[in-house]
Design a protein around this ligand. Structure first.
Ligand code: RB5
Length: 143
């Protein structure tokens, strides 16, 4: 499975650490930036990741900013994206089980790196349950 990453400056250090973590676990990774700690605008990187998923360059994505909200708001404007914000392990599981999130978003300024790794592992290993949850997902798009 190929995983795309995006962050702004607030998520940069966790992004680098999580890229290394997933490479050690055998995943292929594409880094859509940012590439340093200078202040940047999160939508530039959220859009790049979303387009990477929509074009099929990567299967899923992981995005980080300070609160996670800017990334989630931007990503969820894309038709092919269901971005879920998670800050603990249970929510990491539920955004997969119930929401079939193809992007995991995390608030880098409000969780530890250990927690971020645990959320990533849980989200990747938890399957979507389908059924009534698919019916609900089908009702998300606006006309
Ligand atoms: C950057 O200071 C911060 O606003 C950003 O990382 C994020 O929290 C926005 O939602």
């Amino acid at each position: 499975m190929k995983i795309g990453f995006a962050s702004d400056h607030a998520g940069y250090q966790y992004k680098q650490a999580l890229i290394a973590y997933l490479r050690r676990k055998g995943y292929s990774v594409v880094d859509y930036g940012t590439h340093g700690t200078s202040s940047v605008d999160y939508p530039d990187f959220a859009h790049a990741l979303a387009e990477g998923i929509e074009k099929g360059e990567v299967d899923k994505g992981i995005a980080l900013c300070g609160t996670g909200n800017g990334m989630a708001m931007t990503l969820n404007h894309h038709k092919g994206i269901r971005a879920g914000l998670a800050w603990n392990r249970d929510i990491g599981a539920l955004i997969s089980q119930h929401n079939n999130a193809n992007v995991l978003v995390m608030p880098a300024r409000f969780i530890t790196l250990t927690m971020a790794r645990l959320i990533v592992k849980t989200w990747l290993e938890t399957p979507f349950e389908g059924g009534r949850h698919q019916r609900r997902i089908d009702k998300i798009p606006c006309a």
